[in-house]
Design a protein around this ligand. Structure first.
Ligand SMILES: *Cc1c(COP(=O)(O)O)cnc(C)c1O
Length: 462
């Protein structure tokens, strides 16, 4: 396929995704998933998720030598939902996990150990033991963790592929909190630190079972050339190690995730194909078949496949500015509310029946339900004039957003539904996650221990 067809296909997919989203909002209102008693839902586009997984696979197949083993491991933290992991598994995508909870989600979804990778900066001895028993790939974050792995491996040959996470220290992107390749980032072994590179090389020389190397240069806000530079440095180190060992001890490069998402328009940009082609230009040896590859994309696989839709409860005006008070705010879009300049979200207006709302736009604030002034999905946004009963959708929220509930004001976790065309012109929904009920909230807030504090008296203990 030439570049032009590639782009046309992508544009068509982007347009069709927008059409499906409008149809899904309409159908969610029609079918009662959204209404006065369920004023907020998360929607996931099953067709879009499948297309996104297919684009990732195709991008690497197009540049890697035939037969190159490539494991695309979805970063579970982006969308930690079992049905999503199962769908991705069916689409040939494994799982990258970073906590016992994420590992349990991947296992519940049926992702096999051989398609699971464990990264995390704080693995306990018990987690490491479990991973090695299961044969899950582990990337050691630091020398102390490697010492723990040494003790577990002993003189045996480990059943897990093992590697070290390095930090190529190539610099930061536009969002400091998500830049993992700065000089002082908390992850991995910083290659430019005094003596560190030599320590890494020795670690491999001393351990014939260390067969992987891992780097993840950051998430959102890292320019592609900087990501490619991080991969290039990691590749160069693998080559150096294999030369010093005198054999191809490192057989797999884990290049992490981090493809940025365009939150400014419908377009999928950059694409996996662009990134894979850039890697092929900057690090040609990466794809010549000598190394197996692992990737760990999260946000770029799911962000554009998710939508939060919330009812407008009231509309008012303050200081001359219209304000729409909706049911979506800090509890589902935490980063956007607290750091709006780094995480702006596109919003779309729908009427009470879930039809796209046109009309001359007015500049307004779109507020959430939480009790603090900054709980705004958007400030001063031009949108069709809203009325009570209308709906506002926060777009591109399928990753790091509505599945990452923030329990402010004891607002409940909303239901999440997957949708797909039903084959006869309509939309079919499936429950991905039940909504949290008020009963659940009370139980989780210590109901069973209601008198724990009033019955705890120092004098009775003395
Ligand atoms: C968060 C993370 C990822 C995924 O990053 P995205 O920006 O969502 O693609 C991959 N690997 C590691 C080690 C991570 O911490």
């Amino acid at each position: 396929m030439d570049g032009m067809d590639d782009k046309d296909d992508k544009d068509r997919e982007d347009r069709e995704r927008a059409v499906r989203r409008d149809e899904a909002v309409r159908a969610a209102v029609d079918q009662g998933l959204l209404g006065p008693d369920s004023p907020i839902v998360g929607l996931l586009d099953v067709t879009g998720i499948r297309e996104s997984a297919a684009a990732l696979r195709a991008a690497f197949e197009a540049v890697a030598a035939p037969g190159t083993p490539v494991l695309h491991a979805f970063a579970v933290k982006a969308t930690p939902l079992v049905p999503v992991l199962r769908l991705l598994h069916e689409e040939g995508i494994g799982a990258e996990v970073a906590s016992p909870g994420e590992l349990a989600l991947a296992r519940a979804a049926g992702v096999p150990s051989a398609r699971t990778v464990l990264d995390s900066p704080a693995k306990t001895p018990a987690e490491l033991r479990e991973a090695l028993e299961l044969g899950i790939a582990v990337n050691a974050d630091n020398p102390q963790e490697l010492a723990r792995i040494d003790a577990l491996v002993g003189s045996a040959t480990p059943g897990s592929p093992l590697g070290i996470r390095v930090n190529p220290q190539v610099g930061r992107g536009s969002i400091e909190a998500l830049s993992t390749a700065t000089t002082t980032s908390k992850f991995g072994v910083g290659l430019r630190d005094e003596g560190a590179r030599e320590w890494v090389v020795r670690a491999y020389l001393d351990r014939p079972w260390l067969t992987r190397i891992h780097a993840h240069t950051g998430s959102q806000g890292i320019p592609l050339p900087l990501m490619a530079q991080g991969v290039a440095q990691t590749y160069a180190l693998a080559e150096e190690i294999n030369t010093r060992v005198g054999r191809r001890q490192i057989d797999t490069l884990d290049i992490g995730g981090g493809l940025p998402v365009n939150f400014g328009s419908e377009a999928t940009a950059p694409t996996y194909a662009q990134y894979a082609r850039l890697l092929g230009e900057v690090v040609p040896g990466l794809f010549d078949g000598r190394y197996g590859l692992v990737t760990e994309f999260g946000r770029s696989l799911l962000a554009k496949q998710g939508t939060v839709v919330a009812r407008v409860e009231y509309t008012k005006s303050a200081g001359g500015r219209p304000v729409a008070v909706t049911h979506a705010g800090v509890q589902v879009a935490t980063r956007t509310v607290y750091v709006p300049e780094a995480w702006p979200l596109r919003l779309a207006a729908y009427d009470a029946k879930g039809r796209p709302k046109a009309g001359p736009e007015v500049v307004q604030d779109i507020a959430g339900p939480a009790c603090f002034a900054g709980d705004l999905l958007a400030e001063g946004r031009a949108l069709a004039p809203l009325e009570p009963g209308d709906h506002v959708a926060a777009l591109d929220t399928g990753a790091y957003c509505f599945a990452h509930h923030y329990a402010y004001n004891s607002l409940p976790r909303p239901a999440i539904h997957g949708f797909a065309p039903d084959g006869s012109g309509g939309i079919a929904f499936a429950t991905v996650r039940e909504p949290q009920t008020v009963r659940d909230i009370v139980a989780e807030a210590g109901e069973a221990h209601a008198s724990a504090l009033t019955t705890l008296h120092a004098s009775e203990r003395a």
